[in-house]
Design a protein around this ligand. Structure first.
Ligand code: NAP
Length: 286
């Protein structure tokens, strides 16, 4: 009964057959996306630089027992690893996207999640090389991956969904000290999302972005370990908790993959337990 109600009210619990390409899949948010979406029935192309972390992730997904599926005679291929440095040149990115596309013959959704924050430093100290590397990864890399995935989607006339993972650091009302390149690169991702949505709408390709607040991953580890951090969350985060990647971010990703979000494009969703509603500076280590 519960499953029947769930499938009517929340149909995005079942994403059987959707092919999802996730960048930055070797850790944190990207890895959780891969595991959760595989449980929902998606086929996963997991991508990052650290291939030694992607292979065990794909093995874990390929061994998963998906509810409703009968016991297979051979291990089904549900996940495939593609090594890619998104800060690489366009030809390298194009070749990796081709490999990703060929893994299952098409891609329904790209989750453009790979990203870095860099070392916190104020404007007068910030190094140009660091600025360029952050932009190359967070903005140029996301754009080039989307460019080549969307070209395939267009040629295949299948439509598709692109989900860019930005940050509340890129939202106008949030300002962060020490993160000039990170914050402005994420603001650029939000703008890029809307321009891509406008340009690709008539190809039936939807483009949205998610602006996470603070979630526990490699990027935020140092911050979350500070002994004052929990106290600060209780006092400043309206919901008094930061939540967890699953279901905090995974539930929204599932919705944006599913056809229920057919008319949702150009939207930037904030998932931060209300953090960005409060007019306090957030932390430079994000
Ligand atoms: N955690 C948070 O609180 C938070 C908040 C707001 C936004 N975000 C955003 O969420 C996304 C994921 O971050 P996370 O928190 O999950 O951090 P994370 O655990 O450090 O994951 C970052 C991922 O990006 C990949 N990556 C970094 N540089 C790359 C490159 N040049 N080429 C390909 N992959 C690259 C890393 O893989 P390899 O090192 O193996 O390449 C890793 O899988 C980022 O875009 C981040 O800005 C996170």
């Amino acid at each position: 009964m519960a499953n029947k109600i769930e499938s009517i009210l929340e149909p995005w619990h079942d994403l059987t057959g959707k092919v999802v390409f996730v960048t930055g899949a070797s850790s944190g948010i990207g890895k959780e996306f891969c595991l959760d979406l595989a449980r929902a029935g998606c086929k996963i192309i997991a991508s990052a630089r650290r291939i030694h972390l992607l292979e065990p992730l794909c093995d874990e997904i390929n061994r998963m027992k998906i509810s409703g599926e009968s016991e297979p005679e051979t291990i089904p291929v549900r996940a495939f690893a593609v090594q890619l440095d998104v800060s690489a040149d366009e030809a390298t990115i194009m070749a990796a996207v081709q490999k990703a596309w060929d893994a299952f013959g098409h891609i329904d959704t790209l989750i453009n999640n790979a990203g870095i924050s860099g070392q916190p430093q104020n404007t007068m100290e910030f190094e140009e090389a660091q600025w360029n590397y952050i932009y190359r990864t967070n903005v140029t890399g996301s754009w080039l991956v989307a460019k080549h995935v969307c070209r395939h989607m267009h040629d295949a006339k299948r439509g598709g969904s692109v989900i860019n993972i930005s940050s509340i650091a890129g939202v106008n009302r949030v300002l962060m000290r020490g993160g000039i390149a990170y914050a402005s690169s994420k603001a650029a991702v939000n703008t890029m999302t809307r321009v891509m949505a406008l340009e690709l709408a008539d190809n039936n390709i939807r483009v949205n972005c998610i602006n996470p607040g603070i979630f526990k991953t490699e990027i935020t580890q140092g911050l979350l370990e500070k002994n004052w951090f929990d106290d600060l969350v209780m006092k400043t985060v309206p919901m008094q908790t930061l939540g967890t990647i699953n279901p905090g971010l995974t539930s929204l990703a599932r919705y944006l993959i599913h056809d229920s979000s057919l008319y949702v494009t150009g939207s930037c969703f904030i998932v931060d337990a209300g953090t960005s509603l409060v007019a306090l500076p957030i932390f430079s280590s994000l």
